[in-house]
Design a protein around this ligand. Structure first.
Ligand code: SAH
Length: 244
């Protein structure tokens, strides 16, 4: 089963964009996932190809019409989850990304202007997704964020099969900090323990830093995960830092 993404947008030429490069781009070229960007405007029903109209009740901006959106959705709906990018949606989490990546893919609606006619969400069983508490000019970057996060989890996409397991959020914690050569940079050195070669000590230090940094930077994460302390960083790649 290949993960298939269909993006409904007024700017299909924005795709694949960043998703055509690096990890996601390589996986796309290798057929490990598929991406189709379709123009919502192709589903306009009048001769001017109108996709939006003024807000009921007055006010600034334009609203994407639900009849046009529905027609765009109906042309591709096949059981995959239908998502809409909107700052009013549920904030995207790594847990939701994992679920989506384990499925058949997604149909993603990208808003523009003031956003969508509210009726489309119930009318077509659309899940509203936000990528954070700020306002973008359109949903395309949000769709790319969501797809990038999914694609890196697909089978065979990421280099080492375990390299995703200790990432921030996977255990309800931020990840521990990383260092690499040079050992001394402008008088700042790499923590001694990471050069000790003692893998149990390294794992303990990493776990302690993950917990401590999460407490300081993102206490909301600890609260949400009931003070998670399950992560067991492995220090898996046994390199020769002792000799430096
Ligand atoms: N009037 C809306 C914002 C519209 S911004 C409001 O205040 O809620 C235009 C489009 O950009 C939205 O329809 C949505 O598709 C996208 N967008 C903006 N911010 C976003 C965010 N934080 N998460 C996901 N999509 C966002």
């Amino acid at each position: 089963m290949t993960f298939r993404a269909t993006v409904l947008t007024l700017y299909p030429d924005m795709f694949p964009g960043t998703l055509g490069q690096s990890l996601a781009g390589r996986a796309l070229a290798e057929g490990k996932w598929a991406l189709e960007a379709r123009n919502i405007r192709d589903h306009a029903i009048d001769k001017h190809r109108t996709v939006d109209d003024t807000p009921a009740g007055g006010g600034a901006g334009m609203v994407l019409r639900c009849d046009v959106l529905a027609s765009a959705i109906d042309a591709v709906a096949d059981g995959r989850p239908i998502l809409a990018m909107t700052p009013r949606g549920k904030p995207l989490t790594q847990a939701r990304v994992r679920e989506l990546a384990a499925g058949e893919g997604a149909i993603i609606l990208c808003g523009r202007f003031e956003g969508f006619d509210e009726r489309i969400f119930e009318g077509r069983g659309v899940e509203e997704v936000s990528i954070g508490d700020y306002i973008l000019s359109g949903g395309e970057l949000g769709a790319m964020v969501l797809l990038d996060a999914c694609v890196r989890l697909l089978d065979g996409v990421m280099g080492a099969p375990t390299s995703g397991e200790e990432e921030s959020f996977e255990s309800g914690l931020l990840e521990y900090p990383h260092y690499t050569r040079p050992v001394d940079w402008e008088g700042r050195t790499i923590p001694e323990v990471l050069r000790s070669g003692d893998h149990a000590k390294i794992a303990a230090w990493r776990h302690a830093r993950a917990v401590e940094d999460t407490r300081l930077r993102r206490p909301d994460l600890l609260e949400r995960h009931g003070g998670a302390t399950r992560s067991s960083p492995s220090g898996a790649r046994h390199e020769d830092w002792e000799d430096e």
